[in-house]
Design a binder for this molecule. Structure first.
Ligand SMILES: [Zn+2]
Ligand SMILES: [Zn+2]
Length: 229
């Protein structure tokens, strides 16, 4: 395992291919400092011209979560790194990617919960990428995480390409909360990418039904598409 991880560590920047002195990160300092940073709506995370606590859409129809923190849009270079992490088994990327996200979170929730994956999909992929991210994120934010609070009780087909009504009925009753575990009043859901927000919204609503007062969302990337809760 250790040998495999060491063998996978890049000796060159994954973006500009310069030789790296610091082998712990996949990019050089110049590339790291050129990652795009945008003003956002603090609640839904979508890009704005200036930082706002709520955009017009959130004022009209707020999501069930309270604040969303993301490292970047789903765009170069993060999209490329995320693809390698998710689909090519380069799970060591979770460490540097989680650093990008940890830098954005000022007051971490006392408990982080990864968005659960159905066991069948986890078996196929070998790991739940959200749980791997949550593990590193919890270390960096000096907080706790648990993988056994939220459960995906029904496999849901991929959400992409479905109509809003189909997506919502697909999601309702797909998740369950483990009621044997006492939850703090503030938790954060962790996912790699938030697109329409319907999965994290369903989970936020569910957690609030179980008495959680504040649910934040920590995600690596927020896609710039219109939301569709
Ligand atoms: Zn570079
Ligand atoms: Zn908003």
């Amino acid at each position: 395992m250790i040998t495999a991880i060491l063998r996978n560590l890049p000796s060159r920047c994954q973006l500009c291919h310069q030789r790296l002195n610091d082998v712990l990160g996949p990019w050089c300092e110049v590339c790291r400092n050129s990652f795009p940073d945008s003003a956002r709506c603090k609640q839904c995370g979508l890009k704005l011209v200036t930082d706002l606590s709520q955009c017009g859409e959130c004022l009209n129809r707020p999501p069930d979560w309270d604040q969303l923190y993301c490292a970047a849009d789903y765009d170069f270079p993060i999209d490329d790194l995320l693809h390698k992490f998710k689909y090519r088994g380069q799970f060591w990327l979770a460490n540097p990617l989680s650093t990008l996200l940890a830098d954005k979170v000022a007051s971490p929730a006392p408990l982080l919960l990864p968005v659960p994956m159905h066991w069948l999909r986890r078996c196929r992929r070998g790991y739940n990428q959200s749980a791997v991210l949550t593990h590193y994120l919890a270390i960096k934010l000096d907080t706790n995480w648990r993988h056994d609070v939220l459960k995906r009780v029904r496999a849901t087909p991929a959400q992409r390409g479905l109509k809003r009504s189909q997506r919502l009925s697909n999601l309702s009753s797909a998740f369950a909360v483990n009621t044997n575990i006492a939850l703090p009043s503030h938790v954060a859901l962790v996912d790699d990418v938030v697109t329409t927000g319907s999965t994290v919204n369903t989970l936020s609503r569910l957690l609030k039904q179980y008495g959680v007062k504040r649910v934040d969302v920590y995600c690596l990337c927020r896609t710039a598409k219109n939301r569709d809760l």
